[in-house]
Design a protein around this ligand. Structure first.
Ligand code: ADP
Length: 278
């Protein structure tokens, strides 16, 4: 090849390399900006309960609390703010760990198991609620085998159930639907849906609920004491399992959270062998 063609090729590959470096650099900058915002949001969230705790203890030290009742109320507030802080720290740690890497313990199991367990938990923790487990079409529930980190996927279902119980009125029923669906590409997904019949989530909020620290209608939800990290944790765990989570409206009103994970026939095969052997 002539020196000219050689130079041309060299300059083209240099340009391509430069473009790569620029893209990588931009991505790095964007992720740094995200990290900075995360740290500042987290600090802000931690500062709020701290200010209350400090306020009450200073008030107490300066003799501002006179009656036993006042002292008791203040102590109650300090305790609940401290609890809020430790829950927040717990959630932050979970998120930090998820961000680290892929799930450590991938093993085959069935989403139906998680659905059934969640219904049992709800019967214990929220005795007034009617929680049913059905198939995706409302019929009988189906197996939904996946490969994943069971304790993390338990947290996914747990967070969605906590929200369904927290943001809907007492006595409002919750449906857990489990089954499989065919994907666009002709593969299969295992699905678990938590369908509530509460106020639902507005379209404007729906676009943001998976963001870290986002709470719809702040004043109302602050009272009920979430960290705003529950759904961010759900989204992070699901993404880590190559799945997706989607919010839609329950037929008749309410929120439906639908978690899809790659179907893993592995589990069924094992179950069959286990039954055959028994
Ligand atoms: P939080 O700790 O505030 O519950 P989440 O990330 O779990 O944080 O949820 C974010 C916000 O989405 C909540 O503050 C609430 O406003 C709204 N939300 C979540 N689940 C539901 C639901 N099932 N029904 C109505 N609103 C919900």
């Amino acid at each position: 090849a002539s020196p000219q063609t050689e130079m041309g090729r060299l300059s083209r590959s240099l340009n391509a390399m430069l473009a790569h470096i620029e893209t990588a650099f931009a991505a790095q900058k964007a992720s740094e900006a995200k990290m900075r915002r995360f740290v500042s949001d987290a600090s802000h969230e931690l500062r709020t309960p701290l200010v209350t705790i400090r306020g009450f203890s200073e008030f107490y030290r300066h003799g501002g609390l006179r009656t036993e009742e006042e002292v008791s109320t203040a102590m109650g507030r300090i305790e609940s703010e401290a609890t809020r802080m430790s829950e927040l720290v717990e959630d932050l740690l979970v998120l930090a760990r998820i961000d680290d890497a892929r799930p450590a313990r991938q093993r085959p199991f069935d989403l139906l198991l998680l659905g059934n367990d969640a219904a049992v938990d709800a019967r214990v923790n929220a005795p007034g609620r009617r929680v049913t487990v059905t198939g995706l079409d409302g019929g009988s529930p189906r197996n939904a085998p996946v490969l994943g980190d069971e304790s993390r996927l338990r947290q996914v279902v747990g967070n969605l159930m906590t929200n369904a119980l927290r943001y809907t009125p007492e006595g409002s029923p919750i449906d857990i639907a489990v089954g499989t669906v065919e994907t666009v590409g002709g593969a299969m997904d295992s699905v678990i849906e938590i369908r509530d019949h509460g106020p639902g989530i507005s379209d404007a909020d729906a676009a943001r609920v998976f963001e870290r620290f986002f709470r719809a209608d702040t004043s109302r939800t602050r009272e009920t004491g979430g960290s705003g990290l529950g759904l961010a944790i759900v989204a992070a765990i699901v993404a880590q399992h190559d799945g997706s989570v989607r919010l839609s409206e329950t037929a008749g009103g309410g929120a439906t959270f639908s978690v899809r994970l790659p179907f893993s026939a592995h589990d069924l095969a094992e179950e069959l062998t286990a039954t055959d052997g028994a």
